[in-house]
Design a binder for this molecule. Structure first.
Ligand code: NA7
Length: 543
C-alpha cells in the first residue's frame, strides 16, 4: 500500500520512541514533509522492546513525560511514582493517537544504509526491504540503549530450553512455574527481572560478574492530590529539571561531604535511602562524583545496607560492589537484595568462575560446574550510545563512513552532528548529557534544537548544515576535560564502551549537566549557529 519508497521528503526520522514521535510532531507543525522509519511494529522504542517482567523507569513518572502539550500534561494520569513499562508504552501509544502521528510512521522497516549526495543536497536511504527514499535532512532518533549486546556464548544453539534477552523480550507471556532459571547480568535490567522471577520460578540462579549498587525505589501509587499538585506547578517544575544536572527536580547538593561530621553524613545518606531513587546517595554531596573519599563514604553506606538486608554474610559480601558508586549506572529496585534470602535463589560469581559455554542442559562454567536450567535470561546490556548508529552503513561527504569517522570513538559537535555528515542530526548523541539525565528532558531539548534549526535554515534560504571540524575538535576536548575531573573514568562501564569487546574506551556522555549544556547550545544558536557551516542552494550549484 504505497509506502515511502522512491519519494523525496524534507525530513526522515529514524525511530518512533520518545525522540522520534516528538520530532515528527515538531516537523509537522512547521509543515515539513516528514516520515518516521521504525523497525518495531509499534511506537515506543525502548519501551516497546524492553517488555521483560519488572521493566520500569528509574525517573519519576511525572518528570519522565513530555511537556510540549499542556493538555497532555493535564489529561494523562500516571498511576505510580515510577511507571512500569506497559504504562509508558500506553502513554506513547496515546501520544501517537492523540496527535495523529501514525499516518507518517512506517513500521517494520529498518534503515540499513544512508548516502549523502552533495550535488542533490540530499540523503538517499535504503531500507531492509530494498526500497529507497531520499530527504534533505535526517534525524537519528535511534536511542542510546537500543542495540542489544548479543549473547555470543559458544553453544547457545545447542541449548534445549528457552532463552530471552531483556532488550528484545518476546510479546507472549513467559510461564515461570516449575522452571529452573538463570539470569546472566546484574545491571538495572537484571536486577528488575530477578525480583519478578525469583518468586515465580522453582529455582533461580543469578550469574553475577560485577555486583551493582542499587537504591530502593520506594515505588508506590500516586495519589490524586499529588498529581493535581504537580500539574498546578508543572511549568515551574519542568524548568527546574531543565536547568538541573540530571533533569530531575531535586534540589542540588550544596556542600562537600568533608564539610560535615560523620553523624551528619550518615543521617543525610539515610534520608536519601528513605526517599529512594537513583540519586538517593549521589544527591547528597557536591563531590560525590569527583572525590575519592566522598565517594567512599557513600559506598560504605550502601555496602552496610546490603549487609543489613542479606542474611548470609558470604552472599552479602559477594553482592557488595567495590567500584566507585555512580560510575556505573546505579540501579533502583523493589526488594532486590531481599531475593537472596530466598531458599530458591543462588548467586554464582562468574568473575571468579567465568562462563565457558552453553550446552543442551545449561551453562557450563570454566571450573567444570554445570548450572542446569530450563530458561536463560540474558540481561547483558547494550552496545550503548553508538551501537544503533553503527548498525547503519552511514556515508557522508566523499563517501566517508561513520565507522571510519568514529574509529577511535565518537566525535561530535554538541552530540548533535558529526563533521562530514551534513544535514544529519542525532537526538541525544554521544557527547551530550542524554544517558546521564532524565532522557525525556534531554530529548525535548534536542528535538527543539533541531526543529528550530530547520526553521532557521528555511527562513534564511539555506539547505545545508554541517558541524565544522574545528568546532567538533573543540567540543570533543571540552567533553573529555569535563569527564577527566570525575571518577567516571575509573569504572569499566558502558559509558566508556568497556562492556563491548574491541570498542574504543572513550567516555561518551557529557558530564556537565543538562542546565550547563542547554546554555552552551543556546549560546551557539544566539551566535547564528556558531560552529556549524551553513550553505545555500547556490553553493550546491557551484560544487
Ligand atoms: P548493563 O547495565 O550493561 O548490565 C549488563 C550486566 O550484564 C552487567 O552486570 C554485566 O556485567 C553483565 N554481563 C554482560 N556481559 C556479560 C558476560 N559475557 N558474562 C557475564 N555477565 C555479563 O545493562 P542493563 O540492560 O541492565 O541496563 C542498561 C541501562 O538501561 C541501565 O543502565 C539503565 O540506564 C537502563 P559487567 O558489569 O559488565 O561485569
Amino acid at each position: 500500500t504505497g509506502g515511502p519508497g522512491g519519494r523525496r521528503f524534507d525530513l526522515v526520522i529514524v525511530g518512533a520512541g520518545f525522540a522520534g514521535l516528538y520530532m515528527l510532531y515538531r516537523a509537522r507543525q512547521q509543515g515539513l514533509d516528514a516520515v518516521v522509519i521504525e523497525r518495531g511494529s509499534e511506537v515506543g522504542g525502548t519501551w516497546y522492546w524492553n517488555r521483560y517482567p519488572g521493566a520500569r523507569c528509574d525517573i519519576e513518572s511525572v518528570d519522565y513525560c513530555y511537556s510540549f502539550s499542556p493538555e497532555l500534561v493535564q489529561e494523562w494520569d500516571w498511576t505510580e511514582r515510577y511507571a512500569a513499562q506497559p504504562e509508558i508504552l500506553a502513554y506513547l501509544q496515546h501520544v501517537a493517537d492523540r496527535f495523529d502521528l501514525r499516518d507518517d510512521i512506517v513500521f517494520e522497516r529498518t534503515l540499513v544504509r544512508a548516502d549523502w549526495g552533495e550535488a542533490e543536497r540530499s540523503w538517499t536511504l535504503r531500507l531492509d526491504d530494498g526500497s529507497h527514499l531520499s530527504c534533505t535532512h535526517v534525524v537519528m532518533a535511534t536511542g542510546n540503549l537500543s542495540a542489544v549486546k548479543p549473547p555470543s556464548f559458544d553453544g547457545l544453539d545447542d541449548f534445549a530450553g528457552e532463552w530471552f534477552h531483556t532488550g528484545m523480550w518476546p510479546h507472549h507471556a513467559v510461564d515461570w512455574t516449575d522452571k529452573t532459571v538463570a539470569v546472566i547480568g546484574t545491571g538495572s535490567s537484571g536486577i528488575q527481572v530477578i525480583t519478578q522471577v525469583a518468586p515465580l520460578a522453582r529455582h533461580l540462579t543469578v550469574l553475577q560478574r560485577t555486583p551493582n549498587y542499587s537504591m530502593p525505589a520506594h515505588n508506590r501509587p500516586l495519589l490524586a492530590g499529588e498529581l493535581a499538585e504537580v500539574r498546578a506547578t508543572f511549568g515551574e517544575r519542568r524548568r527546574v529539571c531543565q536547568l538541573s544536572d540530571a533533569g530531575t527536580p531535586l534540589p542540588p547538593p550544596t556542600r562537600s561531604a568533608h564539610e560535615v561530621t560523620e553523624d551528619e553524613r550518615r543521617a543525610r545518606y539515610e534520608e536519601g535511602w528513605q526517599r529512594g531513587g537513583i540519586s538517593a546517595l549521589s544527591g547528597g554531596y557536591t563531590d560525590f562524583f569527583t572525590e575519592e573519599q566522598s565517594n567512599l563514604w557513600a559506598q560504605e553506606f550502601a555496602r552496610d545496607k546490603i549487609r543489613e538486608i542479606v542474611t548470609d554474610p558470604d552472599v552479602a559480601d559477594r553482592l557488595s560492589p567495590r567500584h566507585h558508586i555512580g560510575t556505573k549506572r546505579t540501579a533502583t529496585d523493589t526488594g532486590y537484595f531481599e531475593m537472596y534470602n530466598r531458599a530458591n535463589v543462588d548467586l554464582v560469581d562468574v568473575r571468579d568462575d567465568p562462563i565457558s559455554h552453553i550446552e543442551a542442559s545449561g551453562i557450563r562454567l570454566e571450573s567444570g560446574r554445570l548450572v542446569e536450567v530450563d530458561v536463560i535470561v540474558f540481561a547483558i546490556g547494550f552496545d550503548a550510545m553508538t551501537g544503533a548508529l553503527a548498525d547503519i552503513d552511514i556515508r557522508g561527504t566523499d563517501g566517508l563512513t561513520l565507522e571510519t569517522a568514529w574509529a577511535d570513538g565518537p566525535r561530535t559537535y554538541l552530540g548533535l552532528q558529526t563533521a562530514g555528515f551534513p544535514n544529519l542530526f542525532m537526538i541525544t548523541g554521544p557527547q551530550s548529557p542524554g544517558v546521564l539525565s532524565n532522557m525525556v528532558i534531554s530529548i525535548e531539548q534536542h528535538v527543539d534544537f533541531v526543529a528550530d534549526c530547520l526553521a532557521y535554515l528555511r527562513e534564511h534560504d539555506l539547505d545545508r548544515i554541517e558541524a565544522s571540524e574545528e568546532a567538533q575538535d573543540g567540543w570533543v576536548v571540552h567533553t573529555r576535560e569535563l569527564a577527566e575531573g570525575t571518577l567516571y573514568l575509573q569504572a569499566r562501564s558502558w559509558y566508556l564502551g568497556a562492556n563491548i569487546p574491541g570498542k574504543p574506551r572513550v567516555f561518551m556522555p557529557y558530564v556537565g549537566g543538562c542546565g550547563r549544556y542547554r546554555t552552551e547550545c543556546e549560546t551557539v544558536v544566539d551566535n547564528s549557529y556558531r560552529g556549524f557551516v551553513l550553505g545555500t542552494p547556490t553553493d550546491a550549484e557551484d560544487h
